[in-house]
Design a protein around this ligand. Structure first.
Ligand code: CA
Length: 227
């Protein structure tokens, strides 16, 4: 049974989520604040967490950071506000996906299934040594890339970017996260660096760089690798 932890302080929404999830044979625990959420997560080891960002005792992003200290459990964030800053902060803190309130139960359930499927399918990042798409192959251990049987030369910066993306298949990686990882804290506002390097990677790896199928831009948010 897939266990889900619902973290939400609105009792009506909790009731709706619990009913819908149980009807689909999920095991469900719920917490109405961040502190309870963190202790329940440790005690029950859920397979997924649905997390409201506006909690009475702490910010939802602090709950994400708390969980990410020891867990890779998929976290689906519920955000009441449309502010993309808040979503970006949640994704940077380690959330896997977000959904804006009000949402349809069907969409939430679909995203939950996708998040659980990704963790089932994706081994932990260090175990990914070879990524193969229909257009190119990346051997992370040997630091080799090839397309159509030909070796592709990548610069260290291109490698670093590509490595982060391909070891998180299907997952949106924010601009800020990539900039901090690759260029360091002080360059975290230089989104033009990212555009330049992503364009180079696409030219080298994608068959049609203008219509990339694997190195995908999420406008205003970040990038996603689709295998
Ligand atoms: Ca709330």
């Amino acid at each position: 049974m897939t266990r889900v932890l619902v973290v939400e302080d609105d009792p009506q929404l909790v009731r709706a989520l619990v009913l819908n999830l149980r009807a689909r044979r999920y095991g469900v625990d719920s917490a109405a604040d961040g502190a309870t959420a963190l202790s329940l997560a440790a005690a029950r080891q859920p397979d997924a967490v649905i997390l409201d960002l506006g909690l009475p005792d702490m910010d939802g992003t602090d709950v994400i950071r708390g969980l990410r200290g020891w867990s890779r459990v998929p976290i689906l964030v519920l955000s009441a506000r449309r502010a993309s800053d808040e979503k970006v902060a949640a994704l940077d803190a380690g959330a896997d996906d977000y959904i804006t309130k009000p949402f349809s139960m069907d969409e939430l359930l679909a995203r939950l299934r996708a998040a659980v499927r990704r963790t089932d399918a994706a081994p932990l990042a260090p175990d990914i040594v070879r990524v193969t798409t229909d257009e190119f192959t990346i051997d992370l251990a040997a630091k080799k890339a090839s397309r159509g049987g030909r070796d592709i030369r990548l610069t260290p910066t291109e490698w670093h970017l590509l490595e982060i993306l391909v070891t998180n298949p299907g997952r949106l990686i924010t601009q800020k996260h990539l900039l901090q990882e690759v260029w360091g804290e002080s360059r975290s506002d230089k989104t033009n660096y990212l555009r330049v390097y992503m364009a180079q990677l696409r030219r080298k790896l994608e068959t049609d760089p203008a219509h990339p199928r694997h190195l995908i831009t999420e406008p205003g948010m970040g990038y996603r690798f689709e295998g």
